[in-house]
Ligand binder design. Structure first.
Ligand SMILES: NC(=O)C1=CN([C@@H]2O[C@H](COP(=O)(O)OP(=O)(O)OC[C@H]3O[C@@H](n4cnc5c(N)ncnc54)[C@H](O)[C@@H]3O)[C@@H](O)[C@H]2O)C=CC1
Ligand SMILES: CC(=O)C(=O)O
Ligand SMILES: [Mg+2]
Length: 604
């Protein structure tokens, strides 16, 4: 039973935590001298005060002047801006993008505190570099860009060794692991071990957006081979030059890795990222009831898309109850597309109470066109969305996107196909004729070149009145006469930081559908009616910490309501249950790490 004494004690412990977050806590280290300068977690470069230089054996290893954090920050930004200025006229945009990534990566490798401060303060400018879209280019060029290892690599050759390998990681605690096998990196396909750039980029977003402590995150590449022949033949390829493991061999490798992780860090959250569809679904089914994990491409994407779809209903001036009446054509029946449809159906069922009607207005296409009940060898995950061809006159299995748009007259066209340009001029013009009072286009595939259409194409061919969102960022479109076509970024980056942080701070033993639903609903309700009217469905990425605090809190509360919360640190589930909504947001905010130089104290 919750007692008054416990309540007062919890308030006191909360206020103690509050003060400790204002006064930088000392960081206890075991290193000395040059080892400190080579450890990006604790390095301050020229920022070490003289007292620390004396205490830590750094005197003489640095130029004598102490440069303040603010000066270091300004110096970095100046070199970044001058790179930007000097390359503005270059036609090779990928060369410029990689130069920007390199300058950030060098800082990341040297001084994480400064790196994360510049990232947080300039998230709108830097997210497209460390995350989609440049991260895709980085993975494609990884063998040439590789300088220092980051994260851990477990390979098919490590079978039987993983339990001891996990103890090679230098940090005592790990809160969040992002795991990939590199088999479907963005829309770029199988990039094998070079896909490590994705877990690194995602975890950068966790630190920037959710305030996870960078000393407690771990990007992991599980190298089970690659089926990309170009990579296998490349002498500089950094991974195993063998075909991917399949079947039981594959699953037992992942099982061994998971067992090793959970033995060392039983409360670590494992986020699965960019697995090819069959393993994305299989691993989610295998593990989701066993430990705290989620699949970002299936579940994170679904929540962001659902928030955007609900926003679209509002933007059309309709009531939210009208959502199940939206005709939605989803192009791409992979992990992301099926994840979105499943969540949209769940939302429809909650609104209508009827599972059958909930999916009726949703249409699904894959590379072979419209999926109907006549489809041979239909993936079981797609079965609930397969249409009866008789539903609308002229619909047929394998019907092209253009045919489907002309016949169905959708309100929403949502692309998760990984194929650039499938929303071509004809398709967009057909959407314009759909009769919807405000059609919406979600060109969600990444990176930019894989977007189903560009923002300019969408506004030009589908009309100025549309709602537009893309997975990778595009500039807003100037429509003339001062009118602006607003570009939303429909990317799971709006949700995964909050899902991860909420799961962590509730101490959730698993991540349930209700927790994911709560995250999506929280994001959906974030926007004001005025914004939505302008076609703005998602907040600016500049607000990512505020969004994450709210999304994280809604995940914590859902975890408590579902009785899967086991508490975090000294905060037990009863204390979580006692918190009001606002207090939960405050609790989440207070637990976000923020980059400041901490005093370093050497452990004797
Ligand atoms: N914006 C976001 O937050 C997210 C975007 N994505 C993007 O979604 C894309 C797909 O990801 P997954 O579903 O995991 O891939 P996947 O490989 O599992 O599925 C791709 C699907 O697209 C279909 N497809 C291929 N060519 C097509 C065509 N010409 N017309 C219609 N359908 C076609 C395939 O048959 C398959 O069903 C990727 O580009 C990825 O970057 C994925 C997750 C999150
Ligand atoms: C954003 C993301 O997770 C993807 O494109 O795979
Ligand atoms: Mg992904």
């Amino acid at each position: 039973m919750w007692s008054l004494t416990k309540f007062v004690a919890s308030r006191l412990s909360r206020s103690r935590r509050f003060f400790s977050s204002v006064i930088p806590r000392p960081c206890i280290i075991q290193k000395r001298g040059a080892d400190i300068l080579h450890d990006p977690w604790i390095n301050k470069d020229t920022g070490f005060p003289l007292t620390e230089r004396n205490r830590l054996g750094l005197r003489g290893l640095l130029p004598p002047r102490v440069i303040s954090f603010e000066q270091q920050y300004a110096r970095f930004m100046e070199s970044y801006r001058s790179l930007e200025k000097n390359t503005v006229s270059e036609s090779d945009t990928s060369h410029v993008a990689l130069a920007k990534w390199r300058i950030l990566n060098r800082l990341h490798d040297r001084n994480e505190t400064l790196y994360f401060r510049v990232l947080i303060d300039n998230i709108k400018d830097f997210a497209p570099i460390i995350y989609t879209q440049t991260v895709g280019l980085v993975c494609q060029n990884y063998s040439g860009l590789f300088r220092r290892p980051r994260g851990m690599y477990f390979s098919a050759k490590d079978k039987g060794e993983m339990m001891s390998m996990i103890y090679n990681w230098p940090a005592q605690m790990v809160d969040m692991i992002v795991l990939t096998d590199g088999s479907r990196i963005l829309g770029l396909g199988d990039l094998g071990v070079h896909g490590i750039g994705i877990p690194i980029g995602k975890l950068d977003m966790y630190v920037a957006g959710a305030g996870l402590n960078p000393q407690r995150i771990l990007p992991v590449m599980l190298d089970v081979g690659t089926n990309n022949l170009k990579l296998i033949e490349d002498p500089l390829y950094l991974g195993l030059r063998q075909p991917r493991l399949e079947g039981e061999e594959y699953l037992s490798t992942i099982d061994e890795f998971i067992e090793a992780v959970l033995t060392r860090w039983p409360k670590a959250i494992v986020k699965f990222e960019d697995f090819q569809m069959k393993w994305a679904f299989e691993t989610l089914k295998r593990y989701r009831e066993r430990f705290c994990m989620f699949n970002d491409d299936i579940q994170g994407t679904a929540g962001v898309a659902l928030a955007g779809l609900l926003g679209t209903v509002r933007a059309q001036g309709r009531s939210l109850d009208d959502f199940p009446n939206q005709k939605i054509v989803v192009v791409g029946a992979g992990s992301a597309g099926l994840g979105v449809l499943s969540m949209a159906v769940q939302a429809g069922v909650r609104m209508t109470g009827n599972a059958e009607t909930a999916a009726q207005k949703f249409f699904l296409l894959d590379k072979d066109g419209l999926i109907t009940k006549e489809r041979k060898n239909l993936d079981p995950a797609a079965v609930p969305f397969a249409k009866d061809p008789g539903l609308i006159a002229g619909l047929r299995d394998g019907g092209s996107l253009l045919e489907v748009v002309k016949k169905v007259k959708p309100d929403v066209l949502l692309g998760l196909s990984g194929v650039g340009g499938v929303f071509n001029e004809e398709v967009l013009k057909a959407l314009r004729e759909s009769g919807s009072n405000r059609p919406a286009i979600f060109a969600m595939s990444n990176p930019t070149m894989n977007a189903e259409c560009t923002a300019v194409e969408a506004f030009k061919h589908a009309g100025e009145n549309i709602v537009f969102a893309s997975g990778s960022p595009f500039e807003n479109v100037q429509l003339g006469n001062g009118k602006v076509g607003y570009v939303n970024q429909a990317n799971n980056m709006y949700l995964f930081p909050g899902i991860g942080l909420g799961a962590l701070l509730s101490g959730a033993c698993i991540i349930t559908n209700d927790m994911l639903q709560a995250a999506a609903e929280c994001l959906a309700s974030y926007m004001t009616d005025q914004d939505i009217e302008k076609g703005i469905l998602y907040p600016s990425i500049n607000s990512i910490r505020d969004i994450t605090a709210k999304v994280g809190a809604s995940v914590v509360r859902a975890a408590v309501a579902e009785e899967v919360a086991e508490g975090y640190g000294k905060v037990d589930p009863e204390e979580l249950a006692y918190m009001s909504k606002e207090e939960t947001v405050e609790y989440v905010r207070r637990n976000m790490w923020y980059p400041n130089y901490s005093p370093l104290v050497q452990k004797k």
